[in-house]
Design a protein around this ligand. Structure first.
Ligand SMILES: Nc1ncnc2c1ncn2[C@@H]1O[C@H](COP(=O)(O)OP(=O)(O)OP(=O)(O)O)[C@@H](O)[C@H]1O
Ligand SMILES: [Mg+2]
Length: 251
């Protein structure tokens, strides 16, 4: 099943940079789709289109459609707040709120009006378990989030987006600042999460792309060069440019 269908998406920033050129791709439900390739390829731009964060950038022209469960999210009539609840995002540097661990997790729900302690506690436990952080923090939920290690903070950010029960999770190089052990923990939690969520990941290396991808898309200067199952794309790429990048000949 496809959760997202991208049709002929093009994007040009105000300075004339063509960051996405006629991108069409289907994104499978409950799987990890990896967007990889060298700097400036358009990976972050595409992620930002998927939850309309690019609304904040200066765009010269954009065209195409992004269907999420059949609805074009680029339609001006889209409820962007509801969209961002359905499509959560985790960034490269963990951005924890200056609150307790508990406060970080309940903030979004409280803003939406949830006051029931039982509901909030339920969301805390569920999201921390899903982000593989529960065992490490369950006895200190009232400690400041900033006291956690970098890897724990990043999993807390994953948990915070899960607390809102999204359907799609976008992650832009979520492990770029983390040591190998924390990276492995985040990757392990993504493998668990894909059972219930549609995950779109920009990895921080080709190795991470190959380890995590059910499906992989290679981006080069705004172009989608090759897209397919991870199991074949990294071992037998069909495009020479993909092969050169995957084998470390450039990038
Ligand atoms: N807000 C912006 N305004 C103008 N140009 C932008 C903006 N964001 C990105 N770009 C340009 O669009 C192109 C694609 O950038 P993008 O950040 O999407 O690439 P990326 O694949 O995520 O790269 P990286 O691996 O370095 O994160 C680049 O040429 C970049 O300079
Ligand atoms: Mg980027």
């Amino acid at each position: 099943m496809n959760k997202i269908i991208i049709e002929s998406l093009s994007l040009q920033y105000a300075d004339g940079t063509e960051s996405l050129r006629n991108i069409s791709m289907d994104i499978a439900e409950k799987a990890i789709t990896v967007l990889f390739g060298p700097a400036g390829g358009g990976k972050s731009s595409l992620l930002r289109c998927l939850n309309r964060l690019n609304d904040l950038a200066e765009i010269k022209t954009s065209s195409g459609r992004i269907l999420l469960d059949g609805e074009n999210i680029l339609d001006p009539k889209t409820d962007v707040i509801a969209l961002r609840r359905k499509v959560g995002m985790v960034f490269a540097r963990p951005v924890v709120l200056p609150l307790s661990i508990r406060g970080n997790l309940t903030y979004g729900l409280e803003v939406m009006g949830e006051k029931r302690r039982s509901k909030l506690d339920e969301a805390i436990e569920r999201s921390l378990k899903q982000a593989a952080l529960w065992d490490e923090v369950k006895d200190r939920l009232d400690d400041p989030a900033i006291a956690l290690s970098g890897g724990q903070q990043q999993r807390l950010c994953v948990a915070r987006s899960l607390a809102l029960e999204p359907e799609v999770i976008l992650l832009d190089e979520p492990t770029s600042g983390l040591d190998p052990i924390s990276t492995a923990k985040v990757e392990a939690s993504l493998q668990e999460l894909k059972k219930n969520y549609t995950i779109i990941l920009v990895p921080h290396s080709v190795q991470q792309a190959a380890r995590t991808a059910d499906f992989a898309a290679f981006f080069l200067q705004g172009e989608l060069v090759e897209y397919g199952e991870g199991s074949s794309l990294f071992t037998t790429p069909s495009d020479k440019r993909t092969e050169d990048y995957v084998t470390g000949r450039f990038g």
